[in-house]
Design a protein around this ligand. Structure first.
Ligand SMILES: Cc1ncc(COP(=O)(O)O)c(C=O)c1O
Length: 437
């Protein structure tokens, strides 16, 4: 397939449009662990697309389910109406979670899941007679999508700076990245749990009675793979519980087996009140997201007159029939192939392979958990992000899709990856790192 000859019309998201359009990189098909590029090359997928294709690409059961759904029920509203697969999907999804998470609200993306979770948190307190609890707490360097709620609680400055005053009443915890004490740690870093204590300071400043929720990514991905220090998430949970504040885990990338457990909540043994998901929910095939809540949250809404709508929120495409079909087939495939726990089996091999890059040019940290790795590079003087971007382009030329954010390389391959493909990926990353000055 040749390049489209007109690249101007598509204003590309999170892209340097002018640079890209001079030398475009186009994917034209995908199968298993590989994309095919427009210039006829096989590109090893080191990032599961954008952290979403956990079962790899072009998986037949999912493709078939979507095709069948499109020919059976193309669309049905879910406002005061519904279709059976929406309920089946919700049941399947909540059955992946520990007891007590029996209710799910469907969205179409991670950003919508985050904004939905924040709205549910506010409305929950109001329903409980504590409508003054309106303050939200996020974290520096957090990524929670691009809605106004998500960028307000998020902590990546370029995602916020051009967009005005955002939501009022938001505070941020300090991030947990600590190169000095934790560089080159394998797995969970030892130092930094005390950073959770900053939550107590924020709570004292505003009084707990004014605070609705804390939202964090259990493992922060988009900001460049920042791991929670040992005991940190447990501490957040304890402080939130003590003060009646809801804890939201944004599991948009950690959901569906990325760390070797179905969700990060299982991995860390910490139960948030609300979990946001998207991406791996449908293996990236049909846009979909879901917010899963503990029963006490849902129950708090089910008190008024039975004819009254309990939550004035929802999307035209919440629980779209194609998304539900894709999601059910995805969850079945994850189960049949043991993908929700496969990262556990591969993680030692993965860890050794990525840490073998220690000592390569400009590498100042390597970190990993499950099937995630971050490789941090010294930024070039006065040109932050440029070195990593050049490595990204080199790796693509050499046949691997990696992801970079600032001067950090983030790797998160499909969970079907084999050891030989881990070697192939790391080999390309090593070459690319060493060819860029
Ligand atoms: C933790 C987290 N939350 C939310 C989002 C936003 O998801 P989406 O791009 O589907 O809106 C992402 C996307 O990378 C994410 O990593």
């Amino acid at each position: 397939m040749s390049n489209p000859n007109q690249l101007e019309s598509f204003w590309m998201p999170f892209t340097a449009n002018r640079d890209f359009k001079k030398d475009p990189r186009l994917m034209v098909s995908a199968d298993g662990m590989y994309y095919a590029s427009h210039d006829g090359r096989q590109i090893l997928d080191g990032t599961a697309g954008l952290w979403c294709c956990n079962a790899g690409h072009n998986r037949e059961p999912i493709v078939k389910a979507i095709q069948e759904a499109a020919g059976t029920l193309d669309y049905a509203p879910n406002f005061q109406m519904a279709h059976p697969t929406a309920f089946e999907f919700a049941n399947r999804l909540t059955s992946l979670l520990p007891d007590g998470y029996e209710h799910t609200f469907f969205t179409n993306s991670g950003s919508e899941s985050v904004d939905t979770a924040l709205k549910i948190a506010l409305a929950y307190h109001r329903a409980k007679g504590e409508g003054q609890r309106t303050r939200l707490i996020g974290r520096e360097r957090g990524y929670h999508g691009v809605g106004f709620g998500g960028i307000s609680v998020g902590g990546i400055s370029p995602n916020r700076q051009a967009f005005g005053s955002l939501l009022p009443g938001v505070d941020h915890l300090p991030h947990t990245h600590d190169l000095e004490r934790n560089a080159f740690t394998r797995g969970i870093p030892a130092h930094g749990a005390e950073k959770a204590n900053a939550l107590e300071n924020i709570i004292t400043l505003h009084d707990p009675s004014n605070i609705a929720a804390v939202i964090v990514e259990p493992l922060a991905g988009s900001t460049g793979v920042l791991l929670p220090p040992k005991g940190y998430l447990q501490k957040l949970r304890e402080i939130c519980t003590k003060h009646g504040i809801l804890l939201i885990f944004d599991e948009v990338i950690t959901g569906f087996g990325r760390l070797g457990s179905p969700f990060a909540t299982d991995y860390f043994g910490v139960q948030p009140d609300i979990i946001t998901t998207a991406k791996g929910l449908t293996n990236g095939t049909v846009p979909a997201g879901a917010v899963i809540v503990q029963d006490h949250i849902y129950d708090a809404f089910m008190n008024g007159p039975e004819q009254a709508i309990e939550l004035f929120h929802g999307y035209t495409y919440s629980a779209h029939p194609l998304a539900c079909a894709a999601g059910i087939a995805t969850i079945d495939l994850y189960r049949d192939e043991g993908l929700l726990t496969r990262a556990t089996k591969l993680s030692a091999y993965w860890e050794n392979a990525v840490h073998a890059l220690k000592g390569e040019r400009n590498v100042i940290d390597i970190r990993n958990l499950g099937l995630v790795a971050g490789i941090e590079l010294t930024p070039r003087e006065g040109e932050p992000g440029k070195r990593a971007m050049e490595i990204f382009k080199k790796a693509y030329e050499k046949g691997a899709l990696i992801r970079t954010t600032g001067d950090i390389i983030a790797l998160s391959p499909p969970l079907i990856i084999e050891e030989a493909q881990i070697d192939e990926l790391m080999g390309i990353v090593r070459e690319a790192i060493n060819e860029v000055y």
